[in-house]
Design a protein around this ligand. Sequence first.
Ligand SMILES: *[C@@H]1O[C@H](CO)[C@@H](O)[C@H](O)[C@H]1NC(C)=O
Ligand SMILES: *[C@@H]1O[C@H](CO)[C@@H](O)[C@H](O)[C@H]1NC(C)=O
Ligand SMILES: *[C@@H]1O[C@H](CO)[C@@H](O)[C@H](O)[C@H]1NC(C)=O
Length: 226
Amino acid sequence: MFSFQLLSALASAALLVSAAPAPKDNCCDTSAAKMDLPGNQTQLVAPTTAPLFVAIGVGVQNYTCSASTLKYTSTGAVASLFDISCIDKTPAFATIQTTAFKAWSALSAGISATTIGSKIGAPGLLGYHYFVPSPTGAGISPKWDFTSTGKLAGNSTAFVIGSKVGDITAPTNSATNVDWLALNNLQGSLASKIFRIDTVGGQPPTSCVAGSADISVKYTAKYYLY
Ligand SMILES: *[C@@H]1O[C@H](CO)[C@@H](O)[C@H](O)[C@H]1NC(C)=O
Ligand SMILES: *[C@@H]1O[C@H](CO)[C@@H](O)[C@H](O)[C@H]1NC(C)=O
Ligand SMILES: *[C@@H]1O[C@H](CO)[C@@H](O)[C@H](O)[C@H]1NC(C)=O
């Protein structure tokens, strides 16, 4: 089976790989991309460098009913992250989170968010956002994981686990839209800072009755990774 032809094919493949340019981390140039943050706050401070990734997150925020407070408390989230760096300078960009939320809300329960990108003009799936046991040993921490899909697939360090350092209520409709957040890197080499802004949906009902089932509330948001 180990023929000269096979060896020589492998050698050419290796040459092709080594001659290929280094993979780009995102599909378009992000050097001019900027977050639009409210001016009347100091919790979320835009870095002076350009973002590495600009993504739309489409997924759910999960909650459980606290028997002591009869309020829903967060148990994490799961989202698919699509590259929106290529539409950054188009009119669609400002409202992509609303466009995505409408498309996501229209999908029947049980249908995965991974197909939304192609419906909203952002087909490039960069990776996934979900929660993992915290590296600190206490509770759970959010992770952005680009190791299995997109340009960084196969790169085992292409993730970041974050720790929240800033939080403001959504500037519009904060009863339905989850907070805007700033997080710093706790682990991983994908990014040193993560921001969640331009949120749509994701907030739980204001109260629950004892014994209520866990719920998942659909949301979208822009994520900027620096
Ligand atoms: C959140 O809920 C979804 C189902 O809606 C589930 O697939 C996912 O594993 C849950 N994640 C967490 C962290 O609770
Ligand atoms: C900050 O500005 C936003 C509008 O950008 C406004 O909705 C919000 O109420 C303001 N918050 C405070 C604390 O002034
Ligand atoms: C893997 O991904 C990380 C994060 O983007 C990057 O810093 C690193 O250079 C990549 N490694 C390789 C071998 O491409």
